[in-house]
Design a protein around this ligand. Structure first.
Ligand SMILES: [Cu+2]
Length: 127
């Protein structure tokens, strides 16, 4: 029943249009405005996400750094994306670029009022 509950919660998130991911230690939750798997190949673009505490409160003033990698190819991102706080717990990641289609992961390192934690998303970029 627990597994079913988790599946139902994930399904609800997807229906709401969000792509919510809990951080590794559970301190934060990141809701990406657009599904990472919808990222374009070989084009500079911006990601936006909402950063929340475990209880759902928006997180202000977090310092977030971004790294990404294509494990099957042994290379990372061609850019060094920068995170900018937009307010109300919303942040933008500027300078995102995936130079080819295939399997990628992106990791956000979050330093905020609740402590340090990381969020990782694995997704396929369509060439
Ligand atoms: Cu590659």
């Amino acid at each position: 029943m627990v597994a079913l509950g988790v599946a139902a919660a994930l399904a609800n998130d997807e229906e709401a249009g969000g792509s919510g991911v809990a951080s590794t230690s559970g301190l934060y939750r990141v809701d990406f405005e657009a599904d990472p798997a919808s990222s374009p190949a070989n084009r500079l673009h911006t990601w936006k996400f909402d950063l929340r505490e475990r209880d759902g409160d928006p997180v202000a003033g977090a310092r977030v750094t971004v790294d990404g990698d294509m494990p099957a190819h042994g290379h990372g991102l061609p850019t060094q994306p920068l995170v900018r706080e937009l307010g109300d717990g919303t942040y933008a990641i500027e300078g995102m670029k995936f130079q080819m289609g295939g399997r990628w992961f992106v990791e956000l390192q979050i330093d905020g009022p609740e402590g340090s934690d990381a969020v990782r998303v694995d997704f396929d970029v369509v060439p």
